[in-house]
Design a protein around this ligand. Structure first.
Ligand code: SF4
Length: 145
């Protein structure tokens, strides 16, 4: 049986619309990965050079980049909302539809408590959700400088 034909707790879809409350951009520290192609588009959006952008906002982790956070865990790009929202990294764009969040209904309930965008807004169909999960596994290896 393929992944698409299996039954999941989200077979009827999930309502979600980001309210830009910032709950997932602040609080506990975490790693927000940024890939090379994303680095270029964010730097362009901010009208800064790629190298100075990397120096100011990113740190290296293994062969990738992560976004710097303030001491309290707040993302460097969060100031009363995401300041790079149109070009935010794929990791942010695909939240909360991450594999780790959707692997069980119990985990999803926990995520739902922390994200007020879940439960209202646009209906995401099972097929769309599986596509989003799949997109998070895209190999960015060729984009690493
Ligand atoms: S916690 Fe949910 S509603 Fe709030 S910014 Fe994150 S995704 Fe959007």
């Amino acid at each position: 049986m393929t992944i698409r034909h299996r039954s999941y707790f989200f077979d009827q879809g999930i309502l979600f619309e980001c309210r830009q409350c910032g709950a997932c951009c602040t609080g506990d520290p975490g790693i927000v990965h940024v890939y090379h192609d994303e680095v270029e588009s964010i730097a362009r959006y901010l009208s800064v050079g790629v190298l100075s952008f990397i120096e100011k906002y990113l740190y290296t982790i293994n062969r990738e980049y992560g976004i710097k956070e303030h001491a309290d865990g707040q993302c460097y790009f969060y100031q009363d909302g995401c300041t790079i929202y149109p070009v935010r990294p794929g990791q942010c764009r695909t939240f909360p539809f991450w594999f780790e969040n959707l692997r069980s209904s119990k985990k999803w309930r926990q995520v739902s408590k922390a994200c007020p965008g879940i439960g209202s807004g646009k209906l995401y169909y099972k097929e769309q959700i599986l596509q989003i999960i799949n997109s998070t596994f895209v190999d960015h290896a060729n984009n690493i400088p």
